[in-house]
Design a protein around this ligand. Structure first.
Ligand code: NAI
Length: 338
């Protein structure tokens, strides 16, 4: 699923993260670059050969992160921008990654973050729409099921929404599914590319283990436990960090990995397919117009939205539980902007 043929040509450990088959280079902006995700994400993007210019913005701390990261001896230029310089950070950018906002504390759901993060994401989206209306926007800030519709509605209001350029980053669910299935099946993550569809929170996360050789035979308690772990893997980290936040390092990895996939697609590489939460026709007849399924990324961003494929009886049940919750989350986001 992540273009392993190209990746094999690179040396470990970066091979699983970055793959570059083309020389074209791009300016990438991180909004929220001073945070727990933003800092390691900025470092990983500095290592991506497809990034020519890295623009780091936060309401606090971005110039310091930029000065630090800029000393890493890769070819890209790095600039840091303080609060009053958002427009300058976005000028001429092709890709905007947004991890700005507050993370969960123990006992919180992602939806509990809505009140704080909805307005942060809306205001940043409005700025992108004004300064860089043709940029591709990658939303990490939670709750993703609502923040992506918020970005869409905000851009729509400004008359610049293009559904081929908006992505909710659900890659961490895919990364977790791959890692956890490898443990359970005694294989390697590279043999366990699990498509994860739906949304990005608890029951809206639907891993399709039946579509992977290593996952297809799992049953009973082993199957149930693995599904539970993939759906609620974020809680493991929140609990272990004990009040100090949620996943930051694995999320930075996942964010850099998805950004690299998009950049490869934008540069003309064929066959770059990965799950991501986009405006989607798959369940539009049920009133659900955003959904994550494997998406082919190309020169315009979203090239092709693939269907979810055949489901096992268990997966049908997971999807049934996902849809009403996802619908509620999407409507909440839309209502916020309306
Ligand atoms: P953090 O609190 O460590 O960092 C957030 C950063 O955003 C801070 O540096 C803060 O100053 C900045 N910020 C706040 N308002 C801003 C604004 N208006 N403009 C620019 N920057 C602003 O939080 P962390 O751990 O980095 O998490 C960030 C978000 O990512 C949270 O909403 C979290 O729930 C989400 N997340 C998403 C995941 C996913 O799979 N999509 C996985 C893990 C976390």
């Amino acid at each position: 699923m992540f273009a392993r043929n190209t990746a094999r040509a690179l040396t470990a450990p970066s091979a699983r993260l970055f793959s570059s088959s083309s020389a074209r280079q791009t300016k990438v902006t991180v909004l929220g670059a001073g945070g727990g995700i933003g800092q390691p994400l900025s470092l990983l993007l500095k290592l991506d050969p497809l990034v020519s210019n890295l623009s780091l913005y936060d309401i606090r701390g971005a110039p310091g992160v930029a000065a630090d990261v800029s000393h890493v001896d890769t070819h890209s230029e790095v600039n840091g921008y303080a609060m009053e310089n958002l427009d300058a950070a976005l000028e001429g950018t092709k890709v905007v990654v947004i991890p700005a906002g507050v993370p969960r504390k123990p006992g919180m759901t992602r939806d509990d973050l809505f009140n704080t993060n909805a307005s942060i994401v809306r205001d940043l989206a409005a700025a992108v729409g004004r300064v860089a209306p043709t940029a591709h926007i990658l939303v990490i800030s939670n709750p993703v099921n609502s923040t992506v519709p918020i970005v869409a509605a905000t851009l729509e209001k400004a008359g610049v929404f293009d559904p081929t350029r908006l992505f909710g980053v659900t890659t961490l669910d895919v990364v977790r599914a791959s890692r956890f299935l490898a443990s359970v099946s005694g294989s390697t993550p590279s043999e366990c590319d699990v498509p994860v569809v739906g949304g990005h929170s608890g029951p809206t996360i639907v891993p399709l283990l039946s579509q992977v050789a290593k996952g297809k035979g799992l049953q009973g308690e082993t199957y149930d436990k693995l599904i539970q772990r993939i759906q609620f893997g974020g809680d493991e980290v929140v609990k272990a960090k004990d009040g100090a936040g949620s996943a930051t390092l694995s999320m930075a990895y996942a964010g850099a990995k998805f950004t690299n996939s998009l950049l490869r697609g934008l540069n003309g590489e064929k066959g770059v397919i990965t799950p991501t939460f986009v405006k989607s026709p798959l369940f539009a007849d049920k009133g659900i117009d955003f959904f994550s399924s494997p998406v082919e990324l190309g020169v315009n961003g979203v090239e092709k939205i693939h269907p979810i494929g055949p489901l096992s009886a268990e997966e049908e049940k997971l999807l049934e539980a996902c849809l009403p919750e996802l619908k509620k989350n999407i409507e909440k986001g839309k209502a916020f902007v309306a």
